[in-house]
Design a protein around this ligand. Structure first.
Ligand code: JF5
Length: 221
């Protein structure tokens, strides 16, 4: 998969995507990631990317021209152009799986009060939020989406790392888990897990997962 990112803060992307599983995916050629500075697409001497909203009101908007020119330069026939903002549909694991089907993503990080509406209407294929809170800009949301999508690409995860997918794709929270030592500072591991009775262990785990999901995320049941 190829992912291009359009942002006012390219320096924010150094670090999080250069570690661990994403680093390995990039080195293996499974992900090709390019970060582009939106300011490079401004024409004037001050490299202006924002302006005041028609009709008045607080804050600034991202101007259409730099974004249109950037997308026209970066997008191909099969590119999915996605805006990040709190006004998008809420990102989740199902959307992450859906995005793995794209050959090319162009993720556009919002800022200020957001985008000129013409960017939404004529340029974007989709608009995503990562949750109901407001950030200073869309760089972190872009990185969240890159991380969630990349780990689902074929060949990226090893068997051990794949295991956690189970929990979310089956729709329940994970049951409590323990590793050695069986007793630590007086805190012990539930007897059933040490019993070697695998049928009983499976029943206990299913029950615990159900209780925990009921308690913490009743919306998943
Ligand atoms: C942004 C206008 C984009 O704050 C966010 C965000 C929160 N959840 N998902 C995304 O993005 C930055 C702020 C203001 C556009």
């Amino acid at each position: 998969m190829k992912i291009d990112v359009l942002t006012l803060f390219p320096a924010m992307f150094a670090g999080p995507l250069d570690e661990s599983i994403i680093k390995r995916a990039r080195e293996a050629g499974l992900l090709e990631l390019n970060i582009h500075d939106l300011r490079a697409y401004a024409h004037d001497r001050h490299r202006t990317v924002d302006d005041r909203p028609f009709g008045g009101g607080p804050g600034m908007l991202l101007k259409p021209e730099p974004i249109f020119e950037a997308v026209e330069g970066l997008a191909r026939e099969n590119t999915l152009v996605i805006l990040l903002s709190p006004a998008g549909r809420t990102f989740n694991q199902a959307i992450a799986r859906e995005l793995t089907q794209a050959k090319h993503l162009l993720l556009i990080s919002g800022h200020y009060e957001g985008f000129d509406e013409r960017v939404r209407e004529h340029l974007a294929d989709d608009e995503l939020s990562i949750g109901d809170y407001v950030l200073t800009n869309g760089a972190l949301p872009v990185m969240v989406i890159i991380d969630a999508v990349t780990r689902l690409l074929p060949g990226v995860l090893g068997d051990a790392e794949s295991a956690y997918e189970e929990s979310f794709s089956h729709g329940w929270l994970e049951y409590p888990q323990y590793t050695r030592p069986a007793a630590f500072r007086g805190m012990t591991v539930p007897e059933v897990l040490l019993s070697g009775n695998h049928a009983q262990i499976a029943r206990w785990r299913a029950e615990q997962a159900r209780l925990r999901t009921q308690e913490r995320r009743p919306d998943l049941l």
